[in-house]
Every structure is written in structure tokens, then in C-alpha cells.
Design a protein around this ligand. Structure first.
Ligand SMILES: O=P(O)(O)OC[C@H]1O[C@H](OP(=O)(O)OP(=O)(O)O)[C@H](O)[C@@H]1O
Ligand SMILES: O=c1cc[nH]c(=O)[nH]1
Ligand SMILES: [Mg+2]
Length: 215
């Protein structure tokens, strides 16, 4: 199931507009903070689909019955660009465990590349709800590769994908390779990919904007 927050009028779209804006992007701290707050909102929307049960809370004046979260979560993200979204998710799911996976495009010839994973630091994800965040879903190959890598640590009960901007190709690819129960929470779905697999209009290279050019 796909949840596209651009379809709803909310302040969320102002944050997405700033993420895309080539002038505002020059302020990398603002870019990172905007990714963080989009993840907070996407995570909040996702939280409505998790499991809750009533608990008694002692207040200074009595006992309150509150429906609180039961679902055990693992928040996974893809280095580098996923880090600000990861922080956003941790801001709201503060009891969750974290998983970090690196993924980068290793170019073979011209436009062709494969995804290389060289770092995985993850807890058991067995029977937990797995949330994988990444600001960009372009071809979807980083996401699918990382998901498969995480399966070395168990089988999640359910998987959620949180992304800022997605290309239609990536949505199709993720849906083909992840279980049918997977839910995709996305800030916007754009038109197309360039020959170098960049999203158009997208926002450019999210990792470089957030953290600077790499050699
Ligand atoms: O859907 P895909 O075609 O796999 O592309 C999307 C990936 O590209 C970006 O990372 P990048 O490889 O630029 O690494 P970075 O975070 O270090 O910049 C982005 O954060 C995704 O991980
Ligand atoms: O458009 C894109 C595609 C991959 N990675 C990015 O950061 N942006
Ligand atoms: Mg990048």
C-alpha cells in the first residue's frame, strides 16, 4: 500500500518545497532539518497503523487509561543520506532500536551501476516491525538490496518504507521485491529518472546536499 502525503494539503508540503528548492538547499542545516521533520510527520502517520493497548498511568490526581504503543520497532536507515530522516524517526519512536546499512552506487560502465553494501550494524529484526528510511527512492535498488541484507538478522513481522521523494520505477521495483504487506510512506512521487537514474524534478543528490560533496 502506498501513502503519498503530497496528496493532502498540509504544512508537510512546505517542508518538501524547501527540500527541493535549489536556493534553500544552500543552507545544509536547513536541508537536514527539513528531512528530519518530514520523517517525523511520515512516522506519525505510520504510527496510526501500529498496535496499541490501554495502560494505566498514575498522574498526580488519579489514574489515566491511555492507549500506548505495543509494536516493537527497528528503525533502519541507509547511509549517508538517510541519517537526518533516521533522527526524525527516533525523535518520535524513542524506544526503537536502530539499524545502519551503507549502500552506494558502484559504476561499471557509463550509466550502469550496481549497489554495494559494505557496512551493516543491526539488531535482530525477527518478528519486529521494520521501518527503513531513505530520502530518495530512485531505481529502488538501494532499498531492495538493503532490505535483503537486513534479512540476515531475522524476518520482520511487517516492513514499512519511509521516503522523501520516489520515482514511479522505484515504487514498482520495491513492490515487486518486498512482501505484499509492505507499506510505503512517501512525501511525493515524481515524474521520471534521468539516464543517470536521478529523480526529476527531485531535489538533486540528497547525500551531497546534506553532508557535502564526496570525492
Ligand atoms: O533508488 P536508488 O537508485 O538505489 O537510489 C537511491 C539512493 O541514492 C542515494 O544515496 P547515494 O547512493 O547517493 O549515497 P549517499 O547517501 O552517500 O549520497 C539515496 O539516499 C538512496 O540511498
Ligand atoms: O535523484 C536522486 C537519485 C539518487 N540519489 C539522490 O540523492 N538523488
Ligand atoms: Mg548521494
Amino acid at each position: 500500500m502506498i501513502h503519498d502525503l503530497s496528496k493532502t494539503h498540509s504544512i508537510f508540503n512546505n517542508f518538501m518545497a524547501e527540500i527541493r528548492d535549489v536556493e534553500i538547499q544552500k543552507d545544509s542545516m536547513r536541508f537536514r532539518r527539513n528531512l528530519e521533520r518530514t520523517a517525523e510527520i511520515l512516522g506519525y502517520e505510520l504510527s496510526k497503523k501500529l498496535n496499541y493497548s490501554k495502560k494505566s498511568v498514575t498522574t498526580p490526581l488519579g489514574i489515566a487509561q491511555v492507549d500506548t504503543l505495543d509494536t516493537e520497532l527497528v528503525l533502519a536507515t541507509i547511509l549517508r543520506a538517510g541519517l537526518p530522516m533516521h533522527q526524525g524517526l527516533l525523535n518520535i519512536f524513542d524506544k526503537a532500536d536502530s539499524a545502519f546499512v551503507s549502500a552506494y552506487r558502484k559504476h561499471k560502465s557509463g550509466e550502469e551501476f550496481e549497489i554495494r553494501v559494505e557496512y551493516l550494524a543491526a539488531p535482530s529484526i525477527d518478528k519486529k516491525d521494520l521501518i527503513i528510511s531513505d530520502p530518495m527512492l530512485a531505481t529502488g535498488s538501494s532499498m531492495v538490496t538493503v532490505y535483503k541484507e537486513l534479512l540476515k538478522n531475522g524476518n520482520p513481522r511487517k516492513t514499512h518504507i519511509i521516503a522523501g521523494i520516489a520515482a514511479p520505477e522505484a515504487i514498482e521495483y520495491v513492490q515487486k521485491h518486498l512482501p505484499p504487506t509492505t507499506e510505503i510512506w512517501v512525501g511525493a512521487i515524481d515524474d521520471e529518472l534521468t539516464a543517470h537514474s536521478y529523480i526529476v524534478p527531485g531535489c538533486g543528490d540528497a547525500g551531497d546536499i546534506a553532508f557535502g560533496d564526496k570525492l
